[in-house]
Design a protein around this ligand. Structure first.
Ligand code: 13P
Ligand code: SF4
Length: 307
């Protein structure tokens, strides 16, 4: 089975299983097209929390499925491919957080949602790229803060909030690879374009001199901004899966990726065929041990409440 027939079968099985399909904006176009909801990490966490469906098929990466399982423990969460990981989430171990906490007993740990459940269980609050600035700006002024694991997002949050943050030196291999040299020529070629940049990018805060009015946004923030802006052209710095949504939701505008080969191989492991098999065979169930989930839930509930 392929193409339209496969998509129809996915939709039939979805109804039969009383399932909802949630997809991240970096997913393959054909996967986005069968989803009930496509969004960023924050939007997906909220949808997972509020859904009444019995089964959540998570078309994204493992930490996102774990987040859904923690926020809605009554539901069965399926990840169509267990190899859909995240290099950023994998870079930080619980021991790294424990070592910092031992040195800073009064410290606050802010964990980007791109972390494993065991790290979230040690955090005071989780954030996504959509609400990190707001969450950090509300934290007490007199306590040390450890921001983990993305150093580029952390630097952006520190700059905007004016807060001093201890940063873990983690990075996403896809976004860290989007650098200044990829940017210059494109901005010169499209002088009237607006510049949308994901805060995980290696060409993050340090490249703002090239375009000081750049908009640092989550993936969903990019879609919302592009739809509402007067500009007709946008230079886009993030994983290229976002282009499908941008073109779909703002078809009259033009989008130019800073790095056309910025592809997250983990996100692309989820194919329509695997979504079909996931629903057919109810695989692969993502479970988080209750003791870990209970502690991580506090930090995640604090996250979904902001922004
Ligand atoms: P968003 O929450 O902005 O969609 O980002 C998720 C992610 O994994 C970026 O690499
Ligand atoms: Fe993780 Fe980077 Fe892929 Fe996002 S793009 S899921 S941060 S590896």
């Amino acid at each position: 089975m392929r193409g339209e027939a496969l998509a129809q079968e996915v939709l039939r099985l979805k109804r039969e299983r009383n399932a909802v399909i949630l997809a991240h904006s970096y997913q393959l176009p054909e996967v986005q097209e069968v989803a009930d909801f496509v969004g960023d990490s924050l939007g997906l966490a909220r949808e997972a929390q509020r859904t009444r469906a019995e089964v959540i098929v998570f078309c994204g990466v493992h930490f996102m499925a774990e987040t859904a399982a923690i926020l809605n423990p009554e539901k069965t969460v399926l990840l169509p491919d267990l190899e859909a990981g995240c290099s950023l989430a994998d870079s930080l171990r619980p021991e790294d957080v424990l070592a910092w906490k031992a040195k800073h007993p009064d410290g606050i740990v802010v964990a980007y949602v791109n972390t494993k459940a065991e790290v979230k269980a040690l955090a005071d609050v989780c954030v996504t790229s959509a609400n990190a600035v707001e969450v950090v700006s509300r934290l007490p002024q007199d306590r040390p803060i450890y921001f983990v694991p993305d150093m580029f997002l952390g630097a952006h949050v520190a700059r905007v909030t004016g807060r001093r943050l201890d940063l873990f030196p983690g990075e996403c291999h896809v976004h860290a690879g989007i650098r200044e040299e990829h940017l210059k020529a494109l901005l010169e070629a499209h002088p009237g374009a607006e510049f949308l940049i994901h805060p995980e990018c290696g060409c993050g805060s340090g490249c703002l001199y090239l375009k000081p009015d750049a908009k640092m946004l989550s993936t969903e923030g990019m879609v919302r901004y592009a739809k509402g802006a007067e500009a007709r052209e946008f230079v886009v710095a993030t994983e290229v899966g976002i282009l499908h949504r941008l073109k779909k939701e703002a078809p009259e505008k033009a989008f130019f990726p800073v790095k056309p080969d910025a592809v997250c191989e983990y996100m692309k492991r989820i194919t329509l065929e695997k979504v079909y098999l996931s629903l057919k065979e109810m695989r692969h169930v993502v479970r988080v041990p209750e003791e870990v989930a209970r502690r991580a839930r506090r930090a995640l509930e604090a996250m979904v409440a902001v922004g």
